[in-house]
Design a protein around this ligand. Structure first.
Ligand code: ATP
Length: 311
């Protein structure tokens, strides 16, 4: 479990992270979403103990990272944003080197090697020089290094940035399968990526948490009124005014006339669906409904609303 309490980081005058709070439970795959410069990497570096907070605490499985940095880091696998690898090394040598730094040697290393080669599907490139591997494989190698000590928690900073669509699908599937047995916190500025991979999304903007919930919770919490577009034949402007007066909760945004049809745009509160009443009213008035479409706010528009406010 990760607990982030009133966590802040200033770089001189720049307040990169401003007293943020959240908790992540074991077994969760959480996406940490924000635009460039929102404060994602800074937060992840503080959670992994690579950066000292200006204020606040990070507690990992009951241990305060500032007091128990090494013990906490043993429980965390961290893939930093730029995935630093030694290109001139062979994959096997880098994994052995990383394992040795963690004190994993001999039989324990061989067991760990078998595990990460399997988990990250790296058997085919084990004797290859890292600089000769594709970007997707390099990302897998970074993940394998992050997991060589079998950590309970994986922190991945922008793990799919720069990968091609096929590689993205592969890494996404890998993260999902790892998430079955580990707590995973991954950052991204790509909403679609986060949506497809994680159970829960935390959105950070300008150093502050502006949303935290599942896809569905975010949509339900932020969804304003539903828009309803209707195309009607044999209708009049007066008829539309009467319709709006008849159906409670329905408001008219705009109406246009073209080729003998009325194109009306309405809005209604999400729990007051007026479509059946509208249909019955149209039948009674001898109008023909040639089109009726409702649109609710998608996660993308929620993200834009939350992150495009003036800084
Ligand atoms: P990106 O998606 O571009 O990596 P991010 O959400 O990870 O962005 P951070 O890298 O955490 O954002 O940066 C947050 C803010 O802190 C930005 O304004 C950035 O310019 C600033 N910042 C980050 N690192 C430093 C540093 N070492 N010194 C000064 N300012 C920094």
């Amino acid at each position: 479990m990760i607990q982030v309490k009133n966590l802040s980081k200033n770089y001189g005058d720049v307040k990169a992270v401003k007293s943020i709070n959240f908790e992540i439970n074991d077994g969760e795959i959480v996406g940490f979403l924000g635009a460039n410069g929102a404060g994602k990497s800074t937060t992840l570096k503080m959670i992994t103990g690579y950066l000292t907070p200006t204020d606040g605490d990070v507690i990992v499985n009951g241990l305060d990272i500032q007091e128990h940095q090494l013990e906490v880091q043993k429980q965390i696998g961290y893939l930093p944003e730029l995935n630093p690898l030694y290109g001139e090394m062979k994959v096997y040598d880098l994994l052995e080197f990383t394992a040795n730094i963690r004190g994993i040697k001999g039989k324990k290393f061989r067991e760990a090697l078998v595990r990460v080669l399997e988990q990250c599907s790296l058997k085919g490139v084990i004797h290859k020089q890292i600089s000769d591997c594709s970007k997707g494989y390099k990302q897998r190698i970074g993940l394998a290094c992050a997991m060589i000590h079998d950590p309970k928690i994986l922190i991945l900073d922008e793990p799919v940035t720069g990968l091609d669509p096929n590689q993205i699908v592969e890494i996404r599937e890998l993260i999902k399968s790892l998430g079955k047995e580990k707590l995973v916190l991954m950052s991204s500025h790509i909403l679609q990526e986060i949506q497809l991979t994680v159970d829960r999304i935390i959105i950070i903007n300008n150093g502050e948490i502006v949303a935290d919930g599942t896809n569905e919770e975010l949509m339900a919490g932020f969804m304003g009124n539903t828009q309803l577009s209707v195309e009607l034949k044999n209708c009049t402007n007066e008829g539309i005014d009467e319709l709006v007066a008849t159906i409670p909760g329905l408001t008219l945004n705009s109406v246009d006339q073209k080729n003998g049809s009325h194109f009306a745009s309405f809005e209604y509160a999400k729990d007051e669906d007026p479509r059946e009443s509208l249909f019955n009213h149209a039948v009674k008035s001898n109008w023909v409904i040639t089109e009726m479409t409702s649109h609710t706010a998608g996660l993308e528009s929620i993200f834009r609303t939350l992150t495009m406010e003036e800084k």
